[in-house]
Design a binder for this molecule. Sequence first.
Ligand code: C2E
Ligand code: MG
Ligand code: MG
Ligand code: MG
Length: 290
Amino acid sequence: RAKELGRNNYQFFSEDMNHSILEHLALEKELKEAIQREQFTLMFQPKISLFDYHITGVETLIRWQHPDKGLIPPDSFIPVAEETGQILEIGDWVLEQSCRQISSLIRDGVLSASTKVAVNLSAKQFTDPDLADRIRNVIDISQIPPQCLELEITESTLMDDVETAIHIMQEVKKTGVSIAIDDFGTGYSSLAYIKRFPIDVLKVDRSFVMDIPQDQNDMAITAAVIAMAHKLSLEVVAEGVETEEQLHFLRRNNCDEGQGYLFSRPLSLGQLHQFLRENEHKRQANNYQI
Ligand code: C2E
Ligand code: MG
Ligand code: MG
Ligand code: MG
């Protein structure tokens, strides 16, 4: 009986595997078409200064406009694109479109010339030896000032191979762009490494912000990360700011910038235009609760 059960389990397991491999292959094929047909679109989420509420930057977030399945979020396809290597082509598209679209907003005077475009890079892109050249190329094509471009890299990506990461970061920094560590606090980075990375910004992961003000530990960690970052001359951005209480806590602790649904969800380009107009009105009318 045990044998039978074992065999059934085995069969079940292997069918399951086949299923996921098939799904994986189907997704890879669909992604290939998506790349050829440029079925991707960008959403834009503003970053806000917690000192005077001006818009300091805009992060671009990819979506896949699937012809049948609708809008697919990045977590559902980026991991596969990483495994297949397709992320390099998708990443090039994201970089170029992000710079083109934001630099046109800057040229039209809709965004100030000091606004940053923040682009997410995945691990595979970050170990690409041509990364610095790709970035130089995109700066040329889009005519964006390099200091307006910021690359977001998750902490875990950097920790895979620290020496290589530092080397690539140094190459990338030579292009004049800045580097932010995304989802800070979720990886295993040792503080000893943080000071060796040539980075400019720490983004405190949403998981620490989420339970403020209920969770004393999260508040302690967030306050400590902000203080540490400032001592290292880094800017701090809090992710996932959803409530006024969180905003007040972050302001009291001198967090530089915030991002989250309290200010704005990720927006289409048209919605971003609208948001920028309204934000300017609000700021002029001093309408934000401080
Ligand atoms: P991320 O870079 O940490 O981006 C923040 C995610 O949190 C976004 O999800 C955003 O929509 C969401 N978010 C922002 N504010 C709030 C909030 O107040 N509350 C909550 N609950 N969520 C908030 P999204 O767009 O689904 O992106 C997920 C992840 O996918 C990103 O995390 C990033 O790691 C990755 N990603 C997005 N676009 C790209 C891309 O172009 N290239 C690569 N390689 N990865 C990307
Ligand atoms: Mg990000
Ligand atoms: Mg993040
Ligand atoms: Mg995140």
